[in-house]
Ligand binder design. Structure first.
Ligand code: GDP
Length: 360
């Protein structure tokens, strides 16, 4: 590597999981809305397949929480949220020995409690050893709830009747019980003494925004306290995963990639898994959504960049991507003499993945 090699702390990669209709999409929209509305001019918040809540926004959000979390300093450059919630996308975030996701938010509807896909999500998170917090969503549906839009939870509870508070308490208690049945100690976040042993439950409403600031502040705090080492990356050849394979008008087949380590540049030689054999090709273009566009609507909405840094979501255009496999690892090959090593490594890593695809 060149002498200009440098290190930085990257954004932790966060996924949102939970049962259908419990509010995953609404929560992601709320978080994205917050990030867009509160960002500084020029800050990029929309990536391909992911959104970033930048540090400046985390600082603004954490401001009203100072009295509750006096020691919270923002040291990470932001949080990267995978835009599409759910289990299928999570499966595509695999990497050797675990998941590219650093942390998960498990959304549980407070009125409904645990449902089959909640249990499924817990089992996946356990298996992949991804730490998580529980967002107990839809607190605004508790009988008699008096919402204060976007207020911290610890503020909004001061406006509630004793009856509403008791009802909430019951629901949280029930969720904690469910978690206990799956092997986790859990408590409302403001009562947790040791976050390494106890799963934090944050009561929120994705609809009114109540509690969402604490959810983001808590994730930030947890990541900074327990994961900072894991988030150190450097200007090394990129490592990533293929989140989705997509046809784009005028571009042919492209791959949406989450880069979790290093730097990806135009013209870089890289390897990914293909449906029949590994694909080795070069980056033709790196594409990011144009600012202020909804990234779920594509055509002509991308802008080219020369390089991207972890952590990021980016669309990669390159020759020979027709066979690309979603969920495949992506490695930049710094030195063509090492090609055989990379071929072996990718083949090994995906043999299990391909087996799964073929048996579907
Ligand atoms: P997903 O399937 O988990 O992505 O759930 P959605 O985000 O699509 O939400 C399912 C339904 O619940 C939608 O009608 C949302 O408007 C509603 N919803 C989500 N969050 C809240 C909330 O905090 N309060 C209320 N009252 N409704 C919510």
């Amino acid at each position: 590597m060149s002498s200009t090699s440098r290190e930085w702390i990257r954004q932790p990669i966060i996924v949102v999981m939970g049962h259908v209709d419990h509010g995953k999409t609404t929560l992601l929209d709320k978080i994205r809305g917050t990030a867009v509305a509160r960002k500084e001019p020029g800050e990029i918040t929309q990536h391909v397949g992911a959104s970033i809540v930048p540090a400046s926004v985390l600082k603004k959000i954490a401001e009203p929480l100072k009295k509750y979390f006096p020691k919270l300093q923002i040291e990470i450059p932001g949080l990267l949220f995978i835009d599409t919630p759910g289990h299928e996308l999570f499966a595509n975030l695999r990497k050797r020995g675990g998941s590219v996701a650093d942390m998960a938010i498990l959304v549980v509807d407070v009125m409904e409690g645990f449902q089959p896909q909640t249990v499924e999500a817990i089992n996946i998170l356990k298996e992949k050893r991804v730490p998580f917090v529980v967002a107990a969503n839809k607190i605004d549906r508790i009988e008699g709830w008096r919402p204060t839009p976007d207020a911290p939870f610890l503020e909004t509870i001061r406006n509630q009747s004793q009856r509403a508070l008791n009802l909430l308490e019951e629901k949280i208690y029930r969720i904690a019980g469910e978690l206990y049945n799956h092997g986790f100690e859990a408590e409302r976040f403001d009562r947790v003494r040791d976050f390494r042993r106890t799963v934090a439950i944050i009561p929120i409403s994705a609809k009114t925004g109540e509690g969402v600031s604490e959810l983001l502040a808590l994730i930030t705090g947890l990541v900074q306290q327990f994961m900072k080492k894991k988030l150190v990356t450097s200007s090394e050849p990129a490592k990533g995963v293929v989140l989705e394979v997509k046809e784009e008008p005028g571009l042919g087949t492209t791959i949406d990639v989450i880069i979790y380590d290093g730097v990806l540049r135009k013209n870089d030689l890289f390897i990914i898994a293909g449906k029949s054999k590994p694909v080795v090709t070069r980056v033709r273009a790196l594409l990011m959504p144009r600012p202020l566009q909804d990234m779920r609507m594509h055509e002509g909405r991308f802008t080219q960049v020369e390089e991207v840094y972890a952590a990021t979501g980016v669309k990669v255009s390159a020759p020979d991507l027709d066979d690309a496999l979603a969920g495949s690892p992506l490695y930049v090959i710094p030195d063509e003499t090492k090609l055989q090593d990379y071929l072996r490594m990718v083949s090994e890593e995906v043999s299990e993945l391909r087996f799964k695809v073929e048996s579907d």
